[in-house]
Design a protein around this ligand. Structure first.
Ligand code: TGC
Ligand code: FAD
Length: 390
């Protein structure tokens, strides 16, 4: 196997176990072999590389922290973070698919589902035989999901679901959707909606300049009859979907660093090779400043997510700590991508290098799972006790 190469300026590898390094290496090998050679083409064509689903399942990307009893690997959160980092080194859209499947579909079924739901869905979600999506955001309710209008009512032996969700990753091909909707008392609850239920449609969202290799769509419910056994019994209220977001945001905090590392690696290699005025451009102070800032920010962020992972392993990571890390990682990744793009000059805008694709992808990552502003306000609330949302 290849030796792992990555910016590791503070010898953080010493904080990892041999198992962590092995997992990281195996994911990286897979990404290098299966994702990197094809991803640019799929992104250019705005097509999701569906053939990668089987491999993603095989490397354990779907629900790695879920216990083996339900098809997961029972791994710790550092392993989960490293898996997301390595997948996003390939592409944020592929990491999105894994995030949604593991953190937003398997996690709520595992945490809030009935025994029957867990047995029915989790093993098949782990192998990718079933793919899922997560419907929280609506056309008129994004940052404020509590305002949602999608609703269901008791209709005897089933529920009747009405409403619409927007911007849903994996929706166009998902077999099931975990949908958050209000019950007759206005309480948010989760329902598992299967493709094929009458009145349920998943139109694809086109013309994206970001996450082009990820399929995004709407979920439309027109009097959909949902069997009562498809209601997630274990949670009611907004904390249901928000607790899933903690999982996914944690993964993004690591994942975005993968994209940042790929941009940094590409830029430093290019800067050492590319000559202008008879010197490698890496010899110019202006380029050194960009590279030095990149490695500094990546290193700081690596420390932050590693510590967050150890807290998460001990079940001590707070939602606000997760928000800080998600926000920080995406911001630095976007800045790294923008500077890396400039270091490559004209070449930086082409698909010959991964930078512009990462940069465009990160524009979604900075918005989904809570926008940059929302995460700042979560920190603001946490440190001042003052709620600036409303
Ligand atoms: P607020 O009144 O603060 O809270 C309502 C209830 O929820 C609880 N809570 C949480 N529980 C667990 N984890 C968290 N992170 C939680 N945040 C809040 C809270 O304790 C309360 O519980 P209870 O028992 O008192 O009822 O809610 P609010 O209405 O003021 O809204 C604030 C909030 C937190 C919703 C807002 O700040 C927010 O996070 N908005 C962002 C929405 C968002 O992130 N949407 C993401 C959609 S999914 C997605 O983007 C997937 S992309 C996936 C991919 O492709 O990778
Ligand atoms: P808005 O909430 O309308 O925000 C617009 C602007 O106003 C933002 O800059 C925001 O920060 C700002 N703003 C909002 N409220 C405040 C405030 N109180 N104070 C200050 N500023 C504020 N959702 C899902 O449920 N499932 C998915 O799988 C999913 N996948 C996605 C995939 C992609 C590619 C994208 C782009 C989005 C996805 N989303 C998904 C939706 C995503 O979570 C939302 O886009 C996001 O939460 C923001 O909501 P919005 O787009 O409606 O923006």
């Amino acid at each position: 196997t290849d030796l792992f190469e990555s910016p590791d300026y503070y010898l953080l590898d010493e904080l990892l176990t041999d198992e962590h390094k092995l997992i990281r290496q195996s994911i990286r090998n897979w990404v290098k072999k299966e994702v990197s050679p094809v991803i640019e083409d799929y992104a250019q064509r705005a097509e999701f590389p569906k053939h990668l689903l089987k491999g993603l399942a095989e490397i354990g990307a779907f629900g790695p922290t879920i216990p083996a009893q339900y098809g997961g690997l029972g791994l710790d959160y550092i392993s989960y973070g490293l898996i997301m980092q390595e997948i996003e080194r390939g592409d944020s859209g592929i990491r999105s698919t894994a995030s949604v499947q593991g953190s937003l579909v398997m996690y709520p079924i595992y945490t809030y589902g009935s025994d029957q739901q867990k047995k029915k869905y989790l093993p098949k979600l782990a192998t990718g035989e079933l793919m899922g999506c997560f419907g929280l955001t609506e056309p008129d309710h994004g940052s404020d999901p509590g305002g949602m209008t999608t609703n269901f009512k008791d209709a005897g032996d089933h529920y009747l679901l009405n409403g619409a969700k927007m911007w849903i990753s994996n929706a166009p091909f998902a077999d099931i959707a975990v949908v958050w909707a209000k019950n007759e008392d206005g309480k948010v609850q989760g329902l598992i909606v299967e493709r094929g239920f009458e009145g349920f449609l998943t139109p694809e969202t086109h013309n994206k300049w970001s996450l082009r290799a990820s399929a995004t769509g709407e979920l439309v419910f027109d009097n959909v009859r949902v069997p009562k056994e498809n209601l997630l019994p274990g949670v009611s209220g907004l904390k249901g979907p928000l607790s899933c977001l903690n999982q996914a945001r944690y993964g993004i905090a690591w994942g975005a660093l993968g994209a940042a590392m790929d941009c940094y690696d590409t830029a430093i290699r290019y800067a050492k090779e590319r000559k202008q005025f008879d010197k490698p451009i890496a010899a110019f102070q202006l380029q050194q400043k960009k590279l030095a800032e990149m490695i500094t920010e990546i290193t700081k962020a690596q420390l932050l997510v590693w510590r967050l992972g150890t807290l998460k392993n001990e079940n001590r990571a707070t939602p606000a700590q997760i928000s800080m890390a998600k926000r920080n990682s995406v911001e630095i990744a976007l800045n790294v991508a923008r500077d890396a793009r400039q270091i490559l000059g004209g070449m930086g805008i082409t698909g010959e290098y991964p930078i512009m694709r990462h940069m465009a992808n990160l524009e979604s990552v900075i918005t989904y799972e809570g926008t940059h502003d929302i995460h700042l306000l979560i920190t603001g609330l946490d440190i001042t006790g003052e709620d600036a949302f409303k």
